[in-house]
Write a protein of this length. Structure first.
Length: 275
C-alpha cells in the first residue's frame, strides 16, 4: 500500500512514466543517480530532470560524493517517505473539500442544461438568457442532480477511506522515524557519556601525575635541603668558632701581658726614684 501511495505522488508531480523510480528510491540507502538512469533506461540528464522536479517539492533528499579518480561530484538520492505521504494527504484532503463544496452547491442551487448543446448553466445565467440557450436557441431544461450527487458522495466516501489509509501510513512512518531518532539520541548520549568518561579519566590521570610530580618535587627539595645541610656541616663551622675563640683568648693574654709589663716598668721606675 505504501509503495502505491508513493507511486501516486510521483505520478502527480512528474507523470505516470516516472512512477517506477520509486522502486529504486524507496530504501534505507541513497542511490547513485547513474544507477537510477541505467535501470530506468533513460539518459542521466532526463533522470536528473525528473529528480529535480520531485526535489522542488521537497519529496526526495540527496547527498553528494566526490569521485577521487575523476574529480567530479556524483549525487545519491532517496525518497522522503513521510513528506511524500503528507503531500498526498494534503492533495486528497483538498479534493474532498472541493467535492463537498460541489455537493453543497448542487443541493442548494438549481442547474439547467441545453439538450442540444449539452451546456450546463446555473439558475442566474439561465434567468439572464430567459432560460434559452444563447448558442442554439433551445429552451433550457432543469437538470436532475440526483445521479451526480450520488456519484459525488460516493467519490467523497472513497477519498475519505483513502485518506484514512494514508494517515495510517503517516503514523507508521512517524513512529518509525521517532524510534530511529530515539535510537540516535541514545547513541549520542552514549557517545557523550563515553567522551565524558574519557575526559574524567584524563583529568584523574593528570591530577595523579601532578600529585606525583609535586611529591617528587617535595622529596627533591627535602633531599636538597638535607644535602645543603650536610655540605654546610662539612665546612666545619665549629672548628672556625674554636679558632676564633683561641685567637680572642690569645689576644686577651697578650693584652694582659702588656698591661703586666707596663705595671712592672712603672714600679721599677718609682723604686728608682725613691732611691
Amino acid at each position: 500500500m505504501l509503495k502505491t501511495f508513493l507511486k501516486e505522488v510521483i505520478t502527480i508531480v512528474v507523470g505516470k512514466q516516472a512512477e517506477d523510480i520509486i522502486d529504486m528510491l524507496d530504501g534505507k540507502k541513497y542511490v547513485n543517480e547513474f544507477i537510477i538512469a541505467k535501470k530506468l533506461g533513460i539518459t542521466i540528464n532526463q533522470t536528473r530532470n525528473i529528480l529535480y522536479k520531485i526535489a522542488d517539492h521537497g519529496l526526495i533528499s540527496s547527498i553528494r560524493k566526490k569521485d577521487k579518480r575523476k574529480g567530479w561530484y556524483t549525487y545519491f538520492w532517496k525518497i522522503e517517505v513521510l513528506k511524500s505521504l503528507e503531500f498526498l494527504s494534503e492533495i486528497v484532503s483538498q479534493k474532498i473539500i472541493q467535492l463537498k463544496n460541489q455537493v453543497k452547491s448542487r443541493e442548494s442551487k438549481e442547474f439547467y442544461v441545453c439538450s442540444q448543446c449539452n451546456i450546463e448553466v446555473n439558475q442566474e445565467n439561465a434567468l439572464l438568457h430567459d432560460f434559452t440557450c444563447n448558442e442554439c436557441g433551445e429552451v433550457y431544461t432543469l437538470k436532475d442532480n440526483t445521479k451526480l450527487l450520488r456519484e459525488l458522495k460516493k467519490e467523497i466516501s472513497k477519498l475519505e477511506s483513502k485518506l484514512k489509509l494514508i494517515q495510517l501510513e503517516v503514523n507508521k512512518e512517524q513512529e518509525k522515524l521517532d524510534k530511529q531518532r530515539l535510537k540516535e539520541i541514545k547513541k549520542e548520549e552514549k557517545e557523550k557519556a563515553r567522551k565524558k568518561a574519557i575526559a574524567a579519566a584524563k583529568r584523574k590521570a593528570t591530577r595523579k601525575k601532578l600529585q606525583k610530580e609535586k611529591s617528587t618535587t617535595k622529596k627533591k627539595i627535602v633531599k636538597k635541603k638535607a644535602s645543603v645541610k650536610k655540605k654546610v656541616a662539612k665546612k666545619k663551622p665549629v672548628k672556625k668558632k674554636a679558632t676564633i675563640k683561641k685567637k680572642v683568648v690569645k689576644k686577651k693574654a697578650l693584652v694582659k701581658k702588656k698591661i703586666v709589663k707596663k705595671k712592672s716598668i712603672k714600679t721599677s721606675k718609682s723604686s728608682k726614684r725613691k732611691k
